[in-house]
Design a binder for this molecule. Structure first.
Ligand code: MTE
Length: 334
């Protein structure tokens, strides 16, 4: 199915980084002697949207030194793109600590090879599939999605992956399968597994859930890469979920198990505080978090700091997913 997404997130000039900040950044780079060194500057200025949209031809991504082809899907486009340097250093991955830069500093210990995923539960065909086989089976595409965290910050990230629905179809879900439960790997060298205090005593494995129709929605991606590279560990290598119309915590990282179930599963955040984090977690500017408004968000683009932009219903993806919730009270089912 061909889906045309309106570019609701093209941010108007006055909402992007103020010129003074931009100039300040240039000044700092100049002082550091970085400006003018093409390679070094790359870190601060990775891809820009125009370039990506031109890249409709096939490129390759190196995953554990094996090149896999991918094509850019121009129907999923957002500008401006958040620099790679931010998307890979400002993360939530509580298995590695509570601070935003903990995953960047600590996730190198994540063992990502060999990797396989089990699909079980209410299926006709239980499957254990290696990452290599997944990569051979499912053609990869690049899509730029808007990521909106429940904490009210946001980014535009070019993911490389494939639709979750095509993997689930292999297992042939039974008629009574209504929900999908996802689990992250638990590895003993993860700092918060070794020392639960470092992860705020969150109980691992981190787990998340979707309704089956949400999981089969063509927007729902399993990502193996971002910005033309394999996923770095802090972003959920080697395989993570991306559900762009839901708050970021639904996009579970480093997945090892996918279980089809009959009843609504309890996710990590529901277990931590059901009054603050619901199962659906659809981005909704009209339903405030008990402790803050969700009407606006801090967009992380180029330069220092954030720019405030209005939050869109379903994160701007209403045309595709609005019908999934047509008869639901979204205040109750937050
Ligand atoms: N997955 C696992 N296993 N552990 C986590 O702590 N954090 C979630 C989600 N997936 C998390 C996780 C949250 S709160 C967010 S906002 C996103 O990952 C952040 O993804 P990013 O770090 O790639 O931006």
């Amino acid at each position: 199915m061909r889906i045309k997404i309106k570019k609701k997130y093209e941010i108007s000039e006055n909402l992007t980084t103020p010129q003074t900040i931009y100039k300040h950044r240039r000044q700092i780079l100049k002082t550091m002697g970085i400006l003018g060194l093409g390679g070094a500057l790359d870190l601060f200025n990775p891809l820009n949207a125009k370039d990506i949209n031109k890249q409709v031809h096939t490129q390759t991504i190196d995953i554990k030194n094996t090149p896999y082809p991918y094509t850019t899907n121009p129907n999923y486009s957002q500008t401006p793109i958040t620099p790679y340097a931010k998307a890979s250093t400002y993360n939530n991955f509580y298995e590695f600590g509570l601070q935003k830069d903990d995953p960047y500093h600590r996730a190198k210990v994540l063992q990502t090879s060999p990797w396989s995923v089990v699909i079980d539960g209410e299926v006709h065909q239980e499957i254990t599939i290696s990452l290599e086989d997944i990569l051979k089976k499912f053609p990869l595409q690049e899509r730029i999605y808007h990521l909106r965290c429940v904490e009210a910050w946001s980014m535009n990230i070019p993911w490389i992956g494939f639709e979750l629905g095509s993997l689930l179809a292999l297992s042939r879900p039974k008629g009574n399968a209504k929900f999908v439960l996802f689990q992250t790997a638990v590895q003993e060298q993860m700092p918060a597994v070794k020392n639960p205090a470092l992860g705020g005593y969150i109980k691992f494995p981190y787990q998340e859930g979707l309704r089956l129709d949400e999981a089969m929605c063509p927007l729902t991606l399993l990502a193996v890469g971002m910005y033309g590279k394999e996923l770095p560990p802090q972003n959920g290598a080697p395989l993570r979920l991306v559900v762009p119309w839901k708050y970021g915590f639904k996009s579970i990282k480093s997945i090892v198990r996918i279980t089809l179930v009959e009843t609504m599963p309890t996710s990590t955040w529901m277990r931590l505080d059901p009054s603050e984090y619901g199962f659906y977690a659809n981005v909704n500017p009209q339903v405030a978090h008990p402790r803050w408004s969700q009407a606006k968000e801090r967009f992380m683009g180029e330069g220092f700091g954030f720019s405030y932009i209005p939050t869109q219903m379903f994160n701007g993806y209403s045309e595709v997913v609005g019908r999934l919730y047509a008869k639901m009270d979204l205040k109750k089912n937050f």
